[in-house]
Design a protein around this ligand. Structure first.
Ligand code: SF4
Ligand code: SF4
Length: 212
């Protein structure tokens, strides 16, 4: 959600997605809500691992499909036509969502942490890995509906991609638990950016074992 979305009467992207955080973004939110980072992480965040089929040579962010925790292997088997030999695993933290799927910071159609909201919130709808047109990717988004040219895609720009790559390079080089000294207790896996499954913290740590 951007500030002008309030004028459009829309808060749809705050109701549909897991909002991924990076360490500096988590610190900014904790400062805005004037509480300790530890409390913010415990109360308002979940562990999240985006997983995608890995094509090409395995690297430090890749796990062998045979090493998936059992429940996750069953889930992937059910959701995918063919389970690949490897998965790319991208671990981070995300903002919690309530039982209706809304971000916990959405209140009365407004964002309670607007000035420190994660970059992904302010960039939406330019947040996709897909080259598909915006109107096709996000038919519900009033900011693009009727305004965006048919050919405009939702891809992240080079600068944002570089920021995301820098974070995952740090995960690979330094380890997830060095970057995130505090971890939430709840965890979720997002398969190919669409299907999610709640897992335990133990299963999450098993999944990201090579990156700990
Ligand atoms: S942090 Fe704010 S802008 Fe981002 S999803 Fe939550 S309510 Fe929406
Ligand atoms: S879905 Fe589009 S119009 Fe609606 S809040 Fe998000 S960015 Fe704004």
């Amino acid at each position: 959600m951007k500030i002008d979305c309030i004028g459009l009467g829309c808060d749809e992207c705050c109701r549909r997605y897991w909002i991924t955080l990076f360490p500096e973004g988590a610190k900014r939110i904790a400062e805005e809500i004037k509480g300790p980072l530890k409390k913010f992480i415990e109360k308002s965040c979940v562990l999240i691992a985006h997983i995608y089929p890995k094509h090409g040579k395995p690297d430090g962010l890749t796990i062998n499909s045979e090493l998936l925790p059992r429940r996750l292997a069953d889930f992937a088997g059910k959701e995918m036509q063919a389970v690949p030999p490897h998965f790319l695993v991208l671990p981070s933290l995300a903002l919690k969502r309530n039982s209706s799927g809304e971000c916990v910071f959405l209140s009365g159609g407004k964002c309670r942490i607007h000035s420190s909201a994660p970059a992904i919130c302010k960039l939406f709808p330019f947040v996709a890995l897909s080259k598909r047109p915006l109107k096709e990717l996000y038919p519900f988004c009033k900011a693009v509906h009727g305004k965006a040219p048919e050919s405009k895609t939702g891809e992240l720009d080079k600068k944002q991609r570089a920021r995301v790559n820098k974070y995952f390079d740090s995960v690979e080089e330094q380890g997830f638990t060095k970057l995130w000294k505090r971890l939430p207790t709840k965890a979720v896996v997002l398969l190919e950016g669409e299907k999610d499954l709640f897992i335990s913290k133990r299963e999450f740590l098993q999944l990201i074992q090579p990156m700990l």
